[in-house]
Write a protein that binds this ligand. Sequence first.
Ligand code: 5GP
Length: 211
Amino acid sequence: MSGNIKRRGLMLVVSSPSGAGKTTIARALLERDPGVILSVSATTRPKRPGETDGRDYIFVAPRIFEELAATGQFLEHAKVFGHRYGTPAAPVETALEAGRDVLFDIDWQGTQQLAEKARDDLVRVFILPPSTEELERRLKGRARDPDEVVRERMAKAADEMSHWAEYDYVIVNRDLEASLSQVAAVLAAERLKRERQIGLSDFVEGLRGGA
Ligand code: 5GP
């Protein structure tokens, strides 16, 4: 017997309040680990400068979003900051079956829905900012959102952070490299979980047969 042991991919959810560094961590992880793909959400929010349709989000009109939701094409969907966001189901199942891991940059509402639907495939990581001051500095530093949006996000951050206890792992993002290593460590351990290595019994059979 040769080759890799067949495995089922996992769903890695990374949530945090806006400004805690989640998007930076997610992008870096995707660059470094070819076994991980990003779940690209559909959203009704307008495209920001620098964003690409189909890469950052699938930008859709509210009517289309409703149609996708009504026909059961989302694994989860929620309203965040007045806009609708949803995770298309089909690409996720294809990736998991092919043994690839899927990274989700979604909020606590979506995470709760995934936990109800796919608890066994799910690994939940919550990223906290090191302090309120740092969170505010990072939100202001972005300069791409109007002041009103920044204020709203500061207020919402407190609410989002109240959900930390619903996650399996919690990382305080003091330093990007350190946080990234911590997420990578979680991923490495979760990949070794026996239940995800669905080819193990065949592999061990082969080992015993060859003994
Ligand atoms: P933004 O508009 O700044 O890209 O994202 C706003 C918030 O929506 C973030 O907290 C992000 O994690 C969340 N979000 C993005 N896509 C989805 C999704 O498909 N489902 C859910 N529930 N939340 C999402």
